[in-house]
Ligand binder design. Structure first.
Ligand code: ATP
Ligand code: MG
Length: 137
């Protein structure tokens, strides 16, 4: 089974949508094997999204991700990385398919409710960024 790192972003935690989003993961066959609520510092958010540091929206993205608590989680399942991205929907909710998390809940391309790892290497790095081995069973 594959694992991926998921983040329920501040726009969603603020609106108390964690349970509704988790139900979509579970309905898609993903198991939430680790989960915690944390408030990222701007430095931590900046490090997590360092890959985007030259993009024009980087400052706004880092400020948003550090604005309020997030829920970080590890999802496990067959093809968990792709399955999670399918259930998340397109980055911009205007382009997201019906029934996806971003179609149903995202506010904008920036405040788009969830993050999901995009490849096996980044999933491993992102899981290790937030969770120790002892927290993963
Ligand atoms: P994520 O990496 O969060 O799972 P993604 O892979 O769909 O999302 P990326 O291209 O990696 O999208 O962008 C990372 C995040 O940066 C997006 O989820 C969104 O919050 C923000 N973002 C992307 N494009 C824009 C934009 N044009 N304006 C503002 N914010 C943006
Ligand atoms: Mg991405």
């Amino acid at each position: 089974l594959e694992r991926t790192l998921s983040i329920i972003k501040p726009d969603a935690t603020r609106r108390n949508l964690t349970g509704k989003i988790n139900a979509k993961f579970e309905d898609a066959g993903l198991r939430i094997i680790a989960q915690k609520r944390i408030h990222l510092s701007p430095a931590q958010a900046g490090k997590f999204y360092e890959v985007h540091k030259d993009r024009p929206f980087y400052g706004e993205l880092v400020e948003f991700m550090a604005s309020e608590p997030v829920v970080v989680q590890v999802l496990e399942g067959e093809n968990a990385i792709q399955k999670n991205r399918d259930v998340m929907g397109a980055t911009n909710p205007a382009n997201a398919d019906a029934g996806t998390i971003r179609k149903d809940f995202a506010l904008s391309v920036g405040e788009n409710s969830v993050h999901g790892s995009d490849a096996p290497e980044t999933a491993a790095e992102e899981i290790a960024f937030f969770f120790s081995g002892l927290e993963l069973v």
